[in-house]
Design a protein around this ligand. Structure first.
Ligand SMILES: Cc1cc2nc3c(=O)[nH]c(=O)nc-3n(C[C@H](O)[C@H](O)[C@H](O)COP(=O)(O)OP(=O)(O)OC[C@H]3O[C@@H](n4cnc5c(N)ncnc54)[C@H](O)[C@@H]3O)c2cc1C
Length: 372
């Protein structure tokens, strides 16, 4: 059977596109390589734009028990700056969020096939480990990892990401309430916040060469960061909830897919554009791109036009995010900057604001989605 849309990957962008298309009456076939609930390397910080997209889809973050964050603490070189966030952020584990979305995609009429691993692109379809699947439009939503036949774009000295959930002692848990703590160190940063159920998520990113210099192991990284901030000192006394951290390598931060000629291949999420994770807005871009691709398909717009629109929408934000990430990695500079931010917390809020997607209210894309 040839579906109207064949979606490869059931993460945020794939599920968002599936929900939108299926609700508009299109036949959707979604392939996901994971059998069921799984963890992903992610800071699990939901920005206001990501929340707005989830709300439009109909996902209730309160029902899913997402945490709330109103304050941000920036730590580097022993200096601390704190400011109120320009919005209330939410924290929710990706295992819970992604399953809720894929469940919603199934309920809206999409046919979900899992576990199925997509291998190669074919004309009008995908070759998978269980045979060929076809679609009139193909949405590549495989996250940072592309299909094996597509060219790999691995930046030099690329970043590596780690994530671990922790149960913290009571006092440490109370100190993290309503707070996201970002600790900068040479060539990387660590983000610590609560998700649902009083669980703390520690997600950190550092350059491959720095990791190698530290010894290359998770334990080496933990030992290096433990003394750097109040939150990280508390983590050292916490109980890790996974046997090993979730890891991801070769992160192509800053990449925005340049449109190619294929009229029927729509890249969404990290396949289309990847912002610096320090900005905490990648999930919003993933959801937005899923919606935008669906809208383009419904309007009969070929993929190159969709890619052009997405590029115009997210390009400036991603470029600003990359500048911020590079500055944050320069330790001497970030140390001086924290001094300035401490004196002027409004600057911190401004930095958060300029790395966001344009506001949903001012965005015609979302208005038209609501009408579907
Ligand atoms: C370290 C780190 C921290 C981050 N922190 C944040 C944050 O705090 N806040 C934020 O907003 N963003 C954050 N991001 C960004 C965010 O995680 C991503 O932008 C978002 O997950 C992208 O969604 P996606 O749909 O493109 O891909 P994913 O959510 O990665 O989904 C891809 C799906 O495709 C499936 N898949 C992959 N290959 C195949 C295949 N061959 N066949 C079938 N299925 C396949 C996978 O199993 C997966 O379910 C972070 C990113 C990183 C790396």
């Amino acid at each position: 059977m040839k579906a109207d849309a064949l979606i490869v990957g059931g993460g945020l962008s794939g599920a968002a596109a599936a929900i939108c298309l299926a609700r508009a009456g299109r036949s959707v076939h979604l392939l996901e390589s994971q059998d069921g609930i799984h963890h992903k390397a992610c800071g699990e910080f939901l920005s206001i734009e990501a929340q707005q997209h989830l709300q439009h889809i109909g996902l209730d973050l309160d029902v899913l028990c997402a945490s709330q964050m109103r304050f941000m603490r920036l730590v580097t070189n022993g200096r601390i700056a704190e400011a109120r966030l320009p919005f209330v952020a939410r924290g929710l584990s990706r295992s819970r969020l992604d399953e809720a979305l894929i469940d919603m995609a199934a309920k809206s009429g999409s046919y979900i096939e899992r576990p199925v691993r997509a291998l190669d692109l074919l004309p009008g379809g995908i070759r998978t480990n269980v045979g060929e699947r076809q679609g009139r439009a193909i949405l590549l939503a495989t996250g940072k990892i592309g299909l094996r036949t597509l060219p790999k774009m691995v930046p030099e000295n690329a970043h590596v990401g780690f994530k671990m959930h922790w149960r913290l002692p009571g006092a440490a848990l109370a100190r993290l309430e309503e707070l996201i703590e970002l600790t900068l160190f040479p060539d990387g940063y660590a983000g610590l916040q609560l998700v649902e159920g009083g669980i703390a998520n520690l997600c950190l990113v550092l350059r491959r060469e720095r990791l190698a210099a530290l010894g290359g192991r998770w334990e080496d990284v933990l030992a290096m960061i433990a003394p750097l901030s109040p939150g990280l000192r508390a983590v050292a006394d916490g109980e890790p909830l996974f046997a090993r951290p979730v890891t991801i390598a070769n992160l192509p931060y800053g990449r925005i897919h340049a449109s190619d000629d294929a009229e029927d291949i729509y890249r969404v999420g990290d396949q289309a554009a990847m912002t610096a994770s320090l900005t905490g807005d990648g999930m919003a871009i993933a959801l937005r791109s899923g919606w935008l691709a669906a809208q383009s398909i419904l309007a009969g717009q070929p993929a190159p036009i969709y890619h052009e629109r997405l590029r115009a929408m997210v390009g400036p934000q991603i470029r600003r995010g990359m500048v911020l990430q590079r500055l944050a990695e320069k330790h001497w500079l970030s140390g001086a900057a924290v001094g300035v931010l401490r004196a002027c917390p409004a600057l911190l809020r401004w930095m958060v604001k300029v790395t966001r997607l344009p506001e949903a209210k001012a965005d015609a894309t979302l208005r038209s989605h609501r009408q579907l």
